[in-house]
Design a protein around this ligand. Structure first.
Ligand code: FE2
Ligand code: FE2
Length: 202
């Protein structure tokens, strides 16, 4: 895509995040940056990757309103409409849709193409490291979670039970496996320090 198409697609995508959880649009733009880095090393069609990164979570707002809906499926439907508006090559639209539908980890759909694997990996990488920790606190505030608790799910639980588990086995490409090692190391270190400080041990 040329710059004009990318800007056009961003302008069409952003309003779909109005009802989404906080930081979700900024998350999509960070996924775009990471996906571009992965593409440089792993290959794949950059048009497909950029479009999928921008659009992959556009269905979040709909899912936030109706929990029965799957945001990956909703994002794929939105992609159909928005890509037609920027004259995106028709032959590539199904490739973008596959990336979007396969990106959701809890769905367990297999990434059948390198483009889909890159989007899946970029989405995972973005959930880890310092940014992942920052996102855990943003989400914690949004859901009124305490830092730590004996009786309810806390931000510390989120970090220890979810973020720490995003490791090299969670991603598919060689480049993502390299990057995730450093990000995961930071999360482990942060969790240890955070817990000790909360317990008054440091
Ligand atoms: Fe998603
Ligand atoms: Fe995402």
């Amino acid at each position: 895509m040329n710059e004009k198409q990318i800007d056009g697609l961003k302008k069409l995508a952003e309003p779909h995040f109005k009802n989404a959880d906080p930081d979700r649009w900024a998350h999509s733009l960070r996924v775009l940056s990471i996906a571009r880095i992965l593409q440089k090393h792993e290959g794949g069609d950059l048009d497909v990757i950029e479009a999928a990164a921008i659009l992959h979570d556009t269905g979040r707002g709909v899912e936030c309103i109706n929990k029965k809906l799957c945001h990956a499926e909703e994002s794929s439907k939105i992609a159909d409409k928005l890509l037609a508006k920027i004259n995106f090559p028709k032959a590539k639209i199904n490739k973008v849709k596959h990336c979007i539908e396969a990106h959701r980890w809890s769905k367990g759909l297999k990434a059948e193409t390198i483009e889909a694997q890159i989007i899946k990996d970029a989405d995972r990488l973005e959930a880890s490291g310092a940014v992942g920790v920052a996102r855990a606190f943003t989400l914690g505030m949004h859901r009124s979670r305490p830092f730590v608790s004996e009786t309810e799910f806390s931000t510390l639980d989120h970090i220890k039970k979810k973020l720490i588990k995003i490791d090299a086995d969670s991603v598919g490409t060689k480049t993502a496996k390299k990057i995730i090692k450093n990000r995961n190391k930071f999360v482990v270190l942060f969790a240890e320090e955070f817990e000790k400080e909360l317990k008054g041990e440091r």
